[in-house]
Every structure is written in structure tokens, then in C-alpha cells.
Design a protein around this ligand. Structure first.
Ligand SMILES: [Zn+2]
Length: 375
């Protein structure tokens, strides 16, 4: 029986078309001057091993593509501080405040929310020799192409409802109360309307009554929270725009849960509805999911809130524990692995179990110990 570190690779569709993952970028990169590789994460605390592996894979793919295509690469990390961080129940209606709101009000700190991500980004950037930029959500939501896309959606709500909200038709582009920052989660009082160069968002606060947030397309003012499908579509639109803005091949690298059904039912139909020519679509590359023993995506929320994975070592759920137990050498071990994923289609287009990662980490331990002794 083969060892876990020598997995069996079942042939999958896309791996038959490519001999190297960079084949998927080749046409979009032709004649371009650089690669812009974008990824994103919600700043909801200390990253777990799935997030760490995704970030490392993003940099490994950027390095590999830069070498093969002979183009400079930059990684853009969208740091989503609009993740919900506080839930408030008012007469059965749920309102939220975001991580960014709690940072501003001093209830949490940017360092506390970002430190773990920064550690992995800095490490991966050095390992790959690829620079990176962090783009907070506040900056992202105000970018002109992102606002332009918002306006298209706001002006054509009936076309976008079945794409972004197939269950209830509610397009969730939410404002927050200008006085207390409460945001209505259900968006049931929300009214969206598009005027010349502006999107109006009308809502109501349980404490301060009705209010209107006006979001100018030129990005000069305003803030709104776009929920996941809206944000995903805006990102596709932005990356298509950035091809010309930066003379770049725009690549979006995300976990495999953004491929498959999401790409087929949300992103692809939305880009087509927006009329973006196919050659301008950003290249989407999906990193392997790290799955639990039942084959589900490893989820910190499930672990923390619902006590799932009771038999899983806590080092898999928390970067600090991982590094405290194994030192930053653990990142080198994972890096060596993801560099193979970055190059070979059969290693990229699949999932890996936490047990497989455990095997890799443990099998690297003797070599690490020897290195430490000789240092
Ligand atoms: Zn209020």
C-alpha cells in the first residue's frame, strides 16, 4: 500500500488538457507586462491550516507562473474587514457590526485580527521572492471599477436577482447606520436604486430610524457592504478592468469552494450578463481544499462553535499552535509541498485530507530535528 505522502492521483478533466498549471494562464498572459495575482480572506482571527496552505499556494503559483512566463508578479491580498463580528438581536431581527467597526470602536485591534495573516504573507513573500500588497475592504469597495460594477447591478436588479440571490431575490448591498453602524442582516428594509453616477441605499436602524447612504461611482465618498456573491462579481469585473489598467494578466486564486458550482452559477453568468468579453475574464485558479475526515472543508467555525473535530489535534486549527509546536520550519515543509501543487495539474486539481497534511508534517520532523541540531 502506498504511503500517505505518495497519494494516488485520479485523472480529472482539466489535468488532461494541461501538462503544467501555467498552461491555464498562457493565452491571457500573452503580450502582457506583468502578473497580478489576487486572493482574499475574511479577517476573522488567527488563520487555520486550510487558510495557511491556501496563502502559501497563492505565492507558490505566482512564483511558478512568473518563472515560466518570464513576467514579474505581485500578489494582492484583499483583507476583508467587513466580515461580521458582532450580532445584535432587536425584536427578533438580527443586526451586525463588522470587524472594521469593532476595530474603530476599540473593541478589537487591527493587530489582533491581522497578525496571523501578516506572518504567513510575509513568510510566503520571502520564500517566493514575490512582493505583495494588502488591500483593505474599505479601499476595495471604493475603487472606481468596483463602484461601476455596483452601479450596473443596482441599475439592473431584475437581471441580477436570480444570480446573486436565487433563493429569495434579495440583493444584499447593505449600508450601515451612520450613527451606530448597525447593519440589517436580512436586508428586508433595504431599497436599492441607481441614479446618474450614484447608487442609493435606503434602510432603517432600529434605534435611529430610516436613513439613506448614497454611493457615488467615482469612489469619492460612502461605504457599503457587498455580500459574497456581489463582492465576487465585483472582483471579476475589477480584475477584467485591471488587465488594461496595469497591462497585466489578472489571476484570481482562491480555495476550490469558489470553483465548481460557484463559478458556474454565480461568477460566469454574472460576467456574461455584464457583457465582459471572454478574453478579458480573469483567470481563476483554485487551490486544493483541506478536508476533514468526512470529506468536508475544514472549518474553524464548526470546530469552535459546534465542537466538531474533537479528535483533531488543535495545531490544525490555529497558526500559533502550529508554529509554537513545530517552529516556522513547519512553513518550509508545507511550502515544499505546495510548490509541487503549483506546477503539476494532477496535484493541484484535487483535495487533501488533514491526515495527509499530518503525515507530511510528521515525516518532515526527523529532518527538521537534524537541521536544528546541526545549526
Ligand atoms: Zn443607528
Amino acid at each position: 500500500m502506498p504511503a500517505l505522502t505518495d497519494p494516488i492521483f485520479a485523472p480529472v478533466g482539466i489535468a488532461h488538457l494541461t501538462s503544467d498549471n501555467v498552461d491555464l494562464l498562457r493565452a491571457a498572459a500573452a503580450g502582457r507586462r506583468r502578473l497580478r495575482v489576487t486572493t482574499a480572506a475574511q479577517l476573522n482571527g488567527n488563520p487555520h491550516i486550510g487558510t495557511v496552505v491556501t496563502i502559501l499556494t497563492v505565492f507558490a503559483l505566482a512564483r511558478h507562473a512568473a518563472d515560466r512566463l518570464d513576467l514579474p508578479a505581485t500578489v494582492i491580498f484583499d483583507a476583508l474587514e467587513n466580515a461580521p463580528a458582532e450580532r445584535v438581536d432587536r425584536d427578533g431581527e438580527i443586526y451586525t457590526r463588522t470587524v472594521g467597526d469593532l476595530i474603530e470602536s476599540g473593541h478589537t485591534s487591527h493587530a489582533e485580527r491581522f497578525r496571523g495573516f501578516e506572518q504567513v504573507l510575509t513568510w510566503a513573500s520571502q520564500a517566493a521572492g514575490i512582493r505583495y500588497e494588502v488591500r483593505p475592504y474599505t479601499v476595495y469597495q471604493a475603487l472606481c471599477p468596483v463602484r461601476e460594477c455596483l452601479h450596473h447591478i443596482g441599475a439592473r436588479l431584475e437581471e441580477f436577482r436570480p444570480i446573486v440571490a436565487p433563493a429569495d431575490g434579495v440583493v444584499r448591498i447593505r449600508p450601515r447606520c451612520p450613527q451606530c453602524r448597525l447593519m440589517e442582516k436580512s436586508a428586508s428594509s433595504l431599497r436599492i436604486s441607481a441614479g446618474p453616477g450614484v447608487v442609493h441605499l435606503d434602510s432603517r436602524c432600529p434605534d435611529h430610524g430610516p436613513y439613506r447612504a448614497s454611493i457615488p461611482v467615482d469612489g469619492s465618498d460612502g461605504w457599503y457592504d457587498a455580500n459574497t456573491p456581489v463582492r465576487s462579481i465585483q472582483k471579476g469585473y475589477l480584475l477584467a478592468y485591471e488587465r488594461d489598467q496595469y497591462d497585466a494578466c489578472s489571476v484570481s486564486v482562491d480555495g476550490a469552494d469558489w470553483g465548481g458550482a460557484w463559478h458556474a452559477h454565480v461568477l460566469a453568468p454574472a460576467l456574461a450578463t455584464l457583457g465582459i468579453p471572454v478574453p478579458d475574464w480573469p483567470i481563476s485558479v483554485f487551490t486544493p481544499l483541506i478536508v476533514d475526515r468526512s470529506g468536508g472543508k475544514l472549518s474553524k467555525t464548526l470546530y469552535v462553535r459546534h465542537g466538531a473535530y474533537a479528535d483533531l489535534p488543535d495545531l490544525f486549527l490555529d497558526l500559533n499552535t502550529l508554529i509554537r509546536r513545530h517552529g516556522t520550519d513547519i512553513l518550509t515543509t508545507l511550502w515544499d509541498e505546495v510548490c509541487r501543487w503549483a506546477a503539476e495539474p494532477r496535484r493541484l486539481h484535487r483535495h487533501y485530507s488533514v491526515d495527509h497534511l499530518a503525515e507530511i508534517i510528521h515525516s518532515a520532523q526527523p529532518a527538521r530535528a537534524a537541521r536544528l541540531r546541526s545549526a
